[in-house]
Design a binder for this molecule. Sequence first.
Ligand code: NDP
Length: 342
Amino acid sequence: NRTIVLASRPHGAPTPDNFRMEERPVPIPGAGELLLQLCYLSLDPYMRGRMNDAPSYTPPFELDAPLTGGAVSRVIESRNEGFAVGDLVLGHLGWQEYALSDGAGLTKLDAGMEHPSYALGALGMPGFTAWHGLLKVGVPRAADTVVVAGASGAVGSIVGQIASIKGARVVGVAGGPDKCRRVVGELGFDACVDHRDPGFAAALLAACPDGIDVYFENVGGAVFDAVLPLLNVGARVPVCGLIAHYNDASYSGGGATDKGPDRLPLVMTTILKRRICVEGFIISDHQAEHGDFLRDLGGWIAAGRVRVLEDVVDGLENAPEAFIGLLEGRNNGKLVIRATHA
Ligand code: NDP
């Protein structure tokens, strides 16, 4: 039972040494339990925060214990009458090939589902995040200019396509010309600007001649700096994520090692003068809306109005390297690990 544990906590960007692969016995289900075999494992940016020993909205990963994440698994033994062998389930499980469960927190998926991995992406937590953050926090109106950071990623790719459906003009921000081409060509954004290009701020200005009405914040850093002066009066800024800062000591409350110039007066003055609404949200607070999300996004995907970008990496052993790459922008779409038995 190959299992990946947290070997040490990263300082800055994670490295392969922070992870360790262990061979553990395959567990035997007791009364009321199930044995699950991993099919797909989700890798998500929030996991970087859980590698720190710092309080947050989810507790830290424990040292020498398996890392955990969203997973699609198959029931291969069942001593629980709620589940049968062959059932496909979604749950929060360890980075391991086999796991025990008592069934709590598992959601049954359609066993014949064409793309089970979508339950971790477009039809899972990131898709729900995109749907809620854009429609409930960003509230785009037809003809608004909506700028989406992390545009080729799991959340951003869906945000931009929903904004298009709602009639907005959609400008993505992504890293590198290839990602930008895909965002326009495959996802139908009106434009996409490369944040790694030295002329990024000028290119963003050129792509947003009427300013920005909604900025979907996924990254922070230099992208936010370029967006701030372009925000219109009454703009909305759903703050979904700040991936550019996840490796900074200050993100986990670790103090002032990465102090920069104090931009708080500029940011707050802009918010005040332009009456901007900046609102952070954590998707787990909004479960009551999940049914509406599934109905909307499931319908749009089935109708071909939303396309799903996935980056599938084969082999549980490659999860650490793929996760390190996620924080460097190496993924193209929702990053998932496909296990041997998928
Ligand atoms: P993605 O699939 O978008 O992958 C992460 C991407 O972030 C990378 O591919 C890279 O894209 C970009 N990135 C990394 N470093 C930087 C940087 N320094 N500057 C700009 N971009 C960078 O991840 P997700 O879609 O899963 O997550 C997007 C954001 O949403 C994250 O911040 C995440 O934490 C947040 N989130 C928040 C939730 C909530 O409840 N609030 C729930 C789920 C996600 P590129 O190459 O284009 O730079």
